[in-house]
Design a protein around this ligand. Structure first.
Ligand SMILES: *Cc1c(COP(=O)(O)O)cnc(C)c1O
Length: 458
């Protein structure tokens, strides 16, 4: 036994991973109860001595794999999260082998360059200003945090306050505007930044969850306005042209949480839905959702790259700087893995047309779900503008029974929510692997199970 031999261990593990991935389109989406119960085999006393790496991987695969949710597969519609394109899994493996600490360009030129190019391509495919600074972070939560930190920096500097140096005690007050349907990770970011989760002005929303432009409050002094592109339930997009004009009029910073909705900009048939979005000052989005790269991968873009850099950069005598792009000058982290590698690989492989096709296809498939469910007599609660469908099978108890039956059946997986007081089921379509046949199979299963549960009610 050796702890230090690569080839047999990694090739055998690759075989296991491939078998796992190939099983995703045929196995039940939700793991069965016995597989979950067997996770207890992992919970032994801490080992006193070493074992072989092969044995560790065998246990991981034989016990761990069957108890996973098939989130990477084609019929998981539970959250807006997507799978991982094959090339991105492969790129992540290779980058893991490189094990580059991707903070400083001079020390890790390969990943530094890949991330510089990935950022340039992202701004291109998303139609955002070329001069933006960008940060490769863990997800939209940290992307919101990062962009809002740059916002806080800028609105306070304009009134003569250096927040990174002097903190918030005694600082001029900042007004923060959000929609009533703001994602909780954005308000969490505000809390982490000392701006308060609840110390915000909440703008009322319409029946789709969009901020009502006629209800935007009057502003004075430093202000940050947070719009949303892609409501996590309905997919709805705030009225961006009106909000852009409002933020400009009040000299406020405009941030857009576009965790998945920003990707509409990459598809010609959907771009009109996010018209005006490029006028904002900062944007948060995810790559691990609609771009279909592995976890964890989010992106913050800030129009004023210098503001982001002033917010995040640090200096130490032992850290050699570069004039090209030291990514740690743009992120909350110093050490981190090279997330940009998988993003580069996805964009390099799909190209502009491939990204557009993937995003459009999800939306077309969502419309098919909505049409099929309406035809079957079920109530679709939202306008299907992007990839989200909200459907109601009846009252709360009946909805919950139908959702439980769908999850247990295993053909597909959807979760519940409450939309403006009504219990509903969410369908989020955003996986690269979802075929039209997957949609038809899932639709048939949902309708069959919903009707069966309805029957039991009587
Ligand atoms: C998913 C989502 C988030 C949070 O993203 P994470 O990647 O889970 O951190 C934030 N905002 C919106 C609108 C989202 O859909």
């Amino acid at each position: 036994m050796s702890l230090f031999v690569y080839r047999p261990l990694l090739t055998a593990t690759a075989e296991r991973a491939v078998s796992y991935l190939e099983s995703l389109s045929t196995r039940p989406v939700e793991p069965d109860r016995s597989a979950v119960a067997q996770l207890s085999f992992l919970d032994t006393a801490f080992p006193e001595t070493s074992t072989s790496p092969e044995e560790t991987i065998r246990l991981l695969d034989e016990v761990g794999s069957p108890a996973t949710m098939a989130m990477a597969g084609p019929r998981f519609f539970g959250f807006v999260i997507g799978g991982a394109l094959p090339v991105t899994v492969a790129a992540q493996w290779l980058a893991t082998a490189w094990d580059q600490n991707t903070g400083l360009y001079r020390v890790t030129p390969s990943t530094g360059e890949l991330e510089r190019i990935a950022l340039k391509w992202l701004l291109d495919v998303l139609h955002l200003p070329r001069e933006c600074g960008g940060a490769f972070v863990t997800g939209a939560t940290m992307a919101n945090f990062t962009a809002l930190a740059a916002a806080r920096h800028t609105v306070l500097r304009k009134v003569g306050w250096e927040v990174e140096r002097d903190g918030l005690f005694g600082a001029p007050s900042i007004t923060v505007v959000v929609g009533e349907e703001v994602h909780p990770t954005l308000t969490k970011s505000l809390g982490l930044l000392g701006l308060g989760r609840d110390r915000v002005l909440r703008v009322p929303v319409d029946d789709q969850g969009r901020m009502r432009a006629d209800s935007l409050p009057k502003l004075s002094g430093p202000a940050i306005v947070c719009a949303q592109a892609g409501n996590v339930n309905t997919g709805a997009i705030d009225p961006l042209p009106e909000i852009v004009a409002y933020a400009k009029k009040h000299d406020a910073w405009l941030h857009v949480d576009g965790a998945f909705g920003l990707w509409a900009a990459a598809a010609p048939d959907l771009r009109k839905e996010v018209a005006g979005i490029q006028e904002a000052d900062s944007w948060a989005t995810d790559a691990h959702k609609w771009l279909n790269v592995p976890y964890d991968s989010g992106l913050a873009f800030v129009r004023d790259a210098q503001a982001l850099q002033d917010t995040m950069s640090i200096h130490a005598a032992y850290l050699p700087g570069s004039v090209i792009r030291d990514s740690s000058n743009f992120t909350p982290e110093l050490s981190r893995r090279a997330r940009g590698v998988e993003i580069w690989a996805a964009l390099r492989t799909l190209g502009r047309s491939g990204v557009a096709e993937m995003i459009s296809r999800s939306c077309r498939q969502a419309r098919r779900f909505a049409a099929g469910l309406s035809e079957a007599g079920f109530e679709v609660l939202n306008e299907v503008v992007l990839n989200q469908v909200l459907v109601r099978f009846g009252d709360k108890e009946r909805n919950e029974r139908v959702i439980a039956a769908i999850q247990q059946d295993g053909t597909c997986w959807c979760g519940g929510t409450v939309w403006q007081g009504k219990s509903a089921m969410r369908i989020s379509v955003c996986c690269w692997a979802t075929t039209d046949e997957d949609v038809e199979r899932s639709l048939a299963a949902i309708i069959r199970l919903a009707r069966a549960e309805g029957g039991r009610l009587r």
